[in-house]
Design a protein around this ligand. Structure first.
Ligand SMILES: Cc1cc2nc3c(=O)[nH]c(=O)nc-3n(C[C@H](O)[C@H](O)[C@H](O)COP(=O)(O)OP(=O)(O)OC[C@H]3O[C@@H](n4cnc5c(N)ncnc54)[C@H](O)[C@@H]3O)c2cc1C
Length: 385
């Protein structure tokens, strides 16, 4: 008899989501987190709950459709944590995407959201009032569309709290030292010295996922992947709204209100070192500042106006087109598709954690039938104190 049905390593949004879905379905569940809940990428994101307008350019309609449906579930389940917002897209004479193309994208986004992402063009006379300080030189149009925003760390904590309410145990400041499978259950040694056993082991360690594999016997299957660093700067400036723009080097860049200031980002820098050592590079800082100063020339920021930085790692499956063409979909790798005892969660978006966690629980059910299958679309989430 194992101590737990399900043992999850990593308390980011994916580990907490899997724990919530498993515990709500009646499995005895525990999470082991080496730092604190949401101390990894799940507190370092752009903090949007969205379909991802830019994935339309990759023709990834399935991902956008599913993420938009998840957005609606989260707006309903977590009204204290997820809010619907208008996002503004300024289009300049030299913007890479012309107005007609953005309008076509917004129409498709609206259709994929079943009409829940309204969009409109902002009349010129309202530009200054709605977006004070925005560079209006050679500005041709401002389009607006509806999407949603969150506090990523608070959302992760709320999911963790929900998991706890269903009986999940969470051990912070504890890491997995080694795990061995004996043919019927996993035996795990934790950094606290504790030895525990579990029927199913879930690797939800985000950027550390393949490194954790080195501590597991037999060696688990691995997905070849890229790590891509994304940085944000918190600038000591009021932000007039959620702005979707192009960075000076042509990537998508958001400026969004955050704690009364402006959060600006993100970047996409390939990364191959230890995930614990990430920090924004000099080029990233220069590029974000240059983009901000381009869009808000009257509110120029210098390095001394940076009051905080966020830096996270995307886990992207290796693909022929390189990291930037890689899919943003979540990949679940199991030791055995028919009867998994080990499940690794690669990549994905904050927005789609709930849907993917339901897939994880279905996989668990192939090996350990659930006492009852919970529907997490019916479990509200509240902000933890
Ligand atoms: C810059 C950036 C912006 C993004 N913006 C958005 C956005 O706006 N909207 C959106 O939907 N998605 C966004 N994403 C994607 C989203 O943030 C991630 O997909 C998600 O947070 C990943 O969560 P995770 O649980 O897999 O990983 P993490 O949050 O990194 O969690 C992994 C956890 O595992 C723990 N861990 C590692 N090794 C061990 C060990 N040996 N023992 C115990 N614990 C361990 C770590 O401490 C960490 O807490 C963004 C990603 C990036 C990088």
């Amino acid at each position: 008899m194992a101590d737990y049905d399900v043992l999850i390593i990593g308390a980011g949004i994916y580990g907490c989501g899997a724990a919530q879905a498993a515990a709500a379905s009646g499995y005895t569940t525990r999470i082991i987190e080496k730092n604190r809940i949401a101390s990894g990428t799940s507190s370092q994101s752009t903090k949007l709950i969205h379909g991802g307008l830019r994935y339309l350019e990759q023709a990834n309609l399935k991902l956008v459709y599913e993420a938009l449906a998840e957005r609606e579930h989260l707006l309903r389940l977590a009204p204290e944590l997820v809010s619907r917002e208008w996002f503004y897209i300024p289009v300049y004479e030299d913007s890479r995407r012309p107005v007609w193309m953005i309008r076509a994208g917004l129409l498709l986004y609206w259709l994929l959201s079943a009409g829940r992402s309204r969009f409109r063009q902002i009349p010129r006379q309202q530009w200054s009032e709605l977006l004070p300080g925005l560079n209006q030189a050679r500005l041709k149009a401002v389009l607006a569309y509806e999407d949603a925003a969150t506090d990523d760390a608070a959302l992760t904590l709320a999911v963790a709290e929900s998991a706890k309410q269903f009986g999940c145990e969470i051990s912070e400041s504890t890491s997995l030292q080694r795990a061995t499978y004996d043919g019927s259950c996993w035996h795990l040694k934790l950094s606290s010295g504790e030895m525990i056993s579990a029927r199913i082991l879930i690797n939800a360690t985000g950027a550390w996922i393949n490194r954790l594999g080195n501590r597991i016997k037999p060696a688990p299957p691995r997905q070849a992947m890229h790590l891509v660093q994304g940085s944000h700067l918190m600038l000591n400036r009021h932000c007039p709204g959620f702005i979707y723009s192009e960075s000076v080097d042509g990537r998508v860049m958001f400026f969004r209100p955050w704690q009364g200031k402006t959060l600006a980002g993100t970047t996409e820098t390939p990364y191959s070192d230890d995930p614990a050592r990430i920090k924004p590079t000099g080029e990233e800082i220069a590029s974000i500042l240059a983009s901000y100063n381009h869009y808000f020339p009257q509110m120029q920021c210098k390095k001394s106006d940076i009051i905080g930085t966020y830096c996270g790692l995307r886990v992207l499956p290796e693909s022929e087109g390189g990291a930037f063409a890689a899919s943003r979909e979540t990949i679940l790798r199991c030791d055995n598709e028919k009867q998994p005892t080990y499940i690794a969660i690669y990549g994905g978006k904050l927005t789609t954690y709930r849907r993917e966690s339901a897939r994880v629980v279905k996989l668990i059910g192939r090996t350990v039938p659930p006492p009852h299958l919970a529907d997490t679309r019916k479990i509200p989430l509240t902000r933890s104190e």
